[in-house]
Write a protein that binds this ligand. Structure first.
Ligand code: SF4
Ligand code: SF4
Ligand code: FES
Length: 214
């Protein structure tokens, strides 16, 4: 029976407890923090732990997010995808300076720190990947989460990679030029990472490198 404030997390647990102990689905935090519970609800990617049953129609279909490795029922492995993307985009600050333990912490412009913070709010739920036509068609496409990750390091003044260096990684059809810009990712991100802005930012930078190479 439906209770007030009931979420899909509660429903799935009830089904597992009362009807099918083999049902597989992923949850950790139940609070839109861990990103584990991304699923397709009536075809739309979202977090099950923040989906209220009162907002759903009488007949609701649940499916696992596509693109990622299926483990069983609604359970997927997003870790493999995000790890490969992190390695591909070299998701760490590239800087040749020797680390000085005694140095004072460097100050960062507030505006830049806020932009980096916005990019880092990604909880790696995979909703932007599962709902993107291009990642479904081309498994090697970097997707919005990947473009957001690149934007994060491009914005960071401590990262000394040149735009040319980034171009070698994402200035192609598997990278930012594979995005068709219909922005389902922006609509589907449950924590409102500014994906529209990140895609525009990275595309503009990479287009200017490509233009100069002509
Ligand atoms: S805008 Fe680009 S990254 Fe976002 S859903 Fe569309 S193709 Fe995918
Ligand atoms: S950008 Fe948003 S939708 Fe995509 S993985 Fe991160 S939190 Fe999820
Ligand atoms: S269980 Fe952590 S985001 Fe849903």
């Amino acid at each position: 029976m439906e209770e007030s404030g009931m979420t899909l997390f509660v429903v799935l647990n009830k089904i597992r407890e009362e009807q099918d102990p083999t049902l597989r689905f992923d949850f950790v935090c139940r609070a839109s923090i861990c990103g584990s519970c991304g699923i397709l609800v009536n075809g739309r990617p979202t977090l099950a732990c923040r989906t209220l049953t009162k907002d759903l129609p009488d007949l609701t279909t649940l499916l696992p997010l596509p693109v990622f490795k299926l483990l069983g029922d609604l359970s997927i492995d997003t870790g493999i995808w995000f790890r490969e993307m992190s390695i591909h985009t070299e998701s760490w600050v590239h800087n040749d300076e020797k680390f000085d333990l005694t140095a004072q912490e460097e100050r960062m412009d507030n505006e830049i720190a806020l932009m980096i913070y916005e990019a880092e709010r990604c909880i790696e739920c995979g909703c932007c990947i599962g709902g993107c036509m291009m990642t479904n068609l081309k498994p090697n496409f970097i997707g919005a989460a990947g473009i957001n990750r690149v934007a994060r390091f491009m914005m960071d003044p401590r990262d000394k990679r040149s735009n040319q260096k980034y171009f070698e990684v994402i200035g192609n059809k598997e990278g930012v030029f594979g995005c068709i810009g219909l922005l389902a990712c922006d609509d589907n991100c449950p924590v409102a990472v500014p994906l529209r802005g990140q895609i525009t930012y990275v595309r503009r930078k990479m287009a200017s490198v490509g233009w100069k190479m002509k």
